[in-house]
Design a protein around this ligand. Structure first.
Ligand SMILES: Cc1cc2nc3c(=O)[nH]c(=O)nc-3n(C[C@H](O)[C@H](O)[C@H](O)COP(=O)(O)OP(=O)(O)OC[C@H]3O[C@@H](n4cnc5c(N)ncnc54)[C@H](O)[C@@H]3O)c2cc1C
Length: 195
């Protein structure tokens, strides 16, 4: 279906294919064995701006169209599923901000990615995978802030993200309609534990 891919996408596809065939495929095999985070590969991917394919142009990203982006992810996945998941999940973690964030949040989140960071989309919990409505993480208003409490699992980029979009219940009685997304930057201090 290459005719659906934009000219910009076609150009990138060639570059990505070469990078994936020559470097990602072989190196990731080794990283799978050692269990290490493949920093060298992601540093190169960031240099090639692959981490910002889905950041809109107006916020300094590539702003690539959906079909071309999907074709690039497919190419990455052919070399290594983990590599493709990290890059695509980072775009997923940005989506809630782009859809519903304030202008300030959009600029902030996009800048974090453009500067070389990754994001994480945090929905799944132990006991709440296919059925996110049964999630137990809560967000309770405390003055001007919300306090989030709960546990997430299987979060791609969980250990390396610059920011997290975290789904939490603000009104458990409303099911999924009582669930909101919270933009949380890495290093956000935990609230004092009140006895
Ligand atoms: C590589 C990887 C990366 C991931 N990254 C993220 C991430 O970045 N962020 C995030 O939030 N989550 C992430 N996840 C979690 C993923 O979204 C969940 O694994 C998924 O939602 C399924 O949930 P579960 O694993 O709890 O399985 P379950 O919900 O327990 O499902 C187990 C099995 O039961 C089947 N099943 C469930 N309910 C029904 C039903 N009602 N009827 C029939 N069959 C049913 C399912 O199809 C499945 O086969 C990731 C998972 C993987 C494997």
């Amino acid at each position: 279906m290459s005719y659906l891919i934009s000219e910009e996408g076609q150009e990138l596809l060639g570059t990505v294919k070469e990078f994936c065939d020559k470097e990602v495929k072989e190196q990731c095999k080794e990283y799978d064995r050692t269990g290490e985070w493949p920093k060298k590969i992601y540093d190169k991917a960031v240099k090639m701006q692959l981490h910002m394919l889905e950041v809109p142009k107006k916020y300094g990203g590539i702003g690539l169209d959906r079909i071309s982006t999907a074709a690039l992810f497919e190419q990455m996945a052919m070399a290594d599923a983990g590599f493709a998941t990290t890059i695509s999940a980072s775009g997923l973690g940005l989506k809630p901000v782009l859809i519903a964030g304030t202008e300030e949040q959009k600029k902030r989140a996009c800048k974090r990615i453009v500067d070389g960071g990754f994001s994480a989309f945090c929905l799944t919990e132990p006991g709440a995978g296919s059925d996110p409505g049964s999630a137990k993480t809560t967000a309770v208003k405390d003055g001007d802030s919300y306090v989030l409490n709960g546990r997430k699992c299987f979060i791609t980029n969980g250990g390396v993200a610059s920011f997290y979009c975290i789904a939490a219940m603000t009104d458990k009685s409303a099911g999924t309609r009582g669930m909101s997304m919270f933009y949380v930057e890495k290093g956000t201090p935990r609230p004092f534990h009140r006895p």
